[in-house]
Design a protein around this ligand. Structure first.
Ligand SMILES: [Fe+2]
Length: 214
């Protein structure tokens, strides 16, 4: 008997753990603590405040921008995507107070990146798909990635319909923006601070493909 095992349509998630980020994370946290008006409460619509506008005056934002770009380039390379001309980028923050959480959502973009500046400490690998963590065990400020296949959790034989991410400062994730995700309640007596980047790919366009609306 010949048995062949296929696992079709995987979802590529990249983690990048950046070294020596203590000073950067402090600056990114101080920025939101001192200027809370910059926290747009997870508004990611195209007209939202784009924190990249600070990249010329806030070195931490400029460094974060280049780290996100590096993350996106790594994801595209790993996926074998070539020919991308550039990226439209929207940077926004997610500051959670004690007890706050983020409901299930995805992002109107091609790729999404998340960078953690301050979280609770987790003493385990950021991602362990084989860990069998209970779906309803909320933990503390965990990121839950939900299976993008429609109603995959209703299939009784499926035991991989979610993946939990145990974040830590200096950790970045890059994954397709269509992936539904959520954040479980933050339980610490401090602000849990993350920054997110929406990436929309730009492809080379010939003159016949551009329609001016002016
Ligand atoms: Fe998100």
């Amino acid at each position: 008997m010949e048995v062949t095992d296929y696992a079709f349509f995987p979802t590529r998630v990249l983690t990048l753990q950046f070294p020596d980020t203590d000073a950067l994370n402090s600056e990114l946290c101080d920025l939101l603590e001192q200027r809370p008006e910059l926290d747009d409460r997870f508004n990611m619509h195209p007209d939202a405040m784009n924190l990249l506008r600070l990249s010329g005056t806030v070195p931490a934002i400029e460094r974060l921008r280049s780290m996100f770009i590096a993350g996106a380039k790594n994801w595209l390379e790993a996926e074998g995507i070539i020919g991308v001309e550039g990226l439209d980028c929207l940077l926004f923050s997610n500051r959670l107070d004690r007890g706050e959480f983020t409901i299930v959502h995805n992002h109107p973009a091609d790729l999404v990146g998340i960078y953690y500046a301050r979280t609770v400490e987790h003493h385990r690998a950021p991602i362990d798909p084989a860990s069998g963590d209970d779906y309803f065990d909320a933990g503390d400020g965990l990121l839950v990635l939900h299976d993008p296949r429609l109603n995959a959790n209703l299939t009784a034989v499926c035991n991989r319909d979610h993946v939990k991410v145990f974040p830590r400062p200096g950790l970045m994730l890059i994954f397709p923006a269509y992936v539904w995700h959520s954040v479980t309640p933050h339980r610490g007596d401090f602000h849990r601070i993350a920054y997110s980047m929406n990436f929309t790919l730009r492809w080379p366009a010939g003159p016949e493909e551009f329609c001016s609306l002016k």
